[in-house]
Design a protein around this ligand. Sequence first.
Ligand code: BGC
Length: 332
Amino acid sequence: MKNIRRKIVYAVCGGIFLVSMVLMLYYGKETFYVDNDTTPPHVYDYHFALITEEVGNEYWDLIETGAKEEAASHNIYLEYTGPKKADDDEKLQDLDRMISAKVDGIISQGISGERFVDLVHKATENGIPVVTVDTDVPKSERKAYTGTDNYYAGFIAGQTLVKDTKGKQYVGVVAGSFDALNQQARLQGFKDAIKSENRIELVDSKESNISEIGAVQATYSLLRQNPEITVLFGMSALDGVGMVQGVGEIDPSDYPYIISFDILPGTLELIEEGKIAATVVQYPKKMGETAVEMLLELQKKSVIQPLHYIETGIIKKEDISNGEIVSEADQP
Ligand code: BGC
């Protein structure tokens, strides 16, 4: 009897010992495990920066996507930076910061004013090539520009209006920003295209600050202050959608002829619904890709072809099916 009891005690003690050993080995390994992964961090060939007009803007998201995809396929690190809400001072600070960070190349929207010209000069002195995208500043030392020919884009908007309308027309313009050089070039092109038509008169213009809500407000006050308006022309990517909402707030007896910019999904939807008559096409993803290719070329030589215009044209209802563009953009 004593023997059996002793055997039970030994068995229990042995069991406890075994369990503790297993637990100790398991948790000991978890606690004192040292990661032996010695893979070095990824080394990129170049570090480029892309300075946007506005982080989170749908149009700039596409430039970012194009640039990042192109950068990834060439082992380039692409840093995307800029203000959360369009602001020239912040963009200029970012440009200065990227020069101090000694990146290998900078892609930036061209900004009006001498400070941009000075900063591009500073970058050049520091051996950092700058490429402008979307908006050019030819008088700066930027090595090249890629984007739409903004004057031409405004011009074909004007030609389309001339072709599509008859009789007296009063135009209200919504601009992303009056200071933006691309908006100024688009407006100049538009004015030149309509100047021989005495029947078309530009009556007023307001800023949307490149936001949809800004375009709603701009349209509302344009129509309130100028009830004779029969045409609305929006010159930045979110203006088309905002203008349609703004018209809805006033509900004029005659729905205006609306011409917009860009082919973001919301705009294409409204063209299919017949609320926007036409839009000027831009290809922001292609701009991003091309800008990276240009900077890459500039790592090997100091001079490249300075102007790389991305095609543009006009899209109307007949060119869209289920939200997709199904035919080539027209040249009016
Ligand atoms: C312009 C950009 C602008 C964007 C705003 C585009 O049409 O080309 O400069 O930032 O609209 O959404």
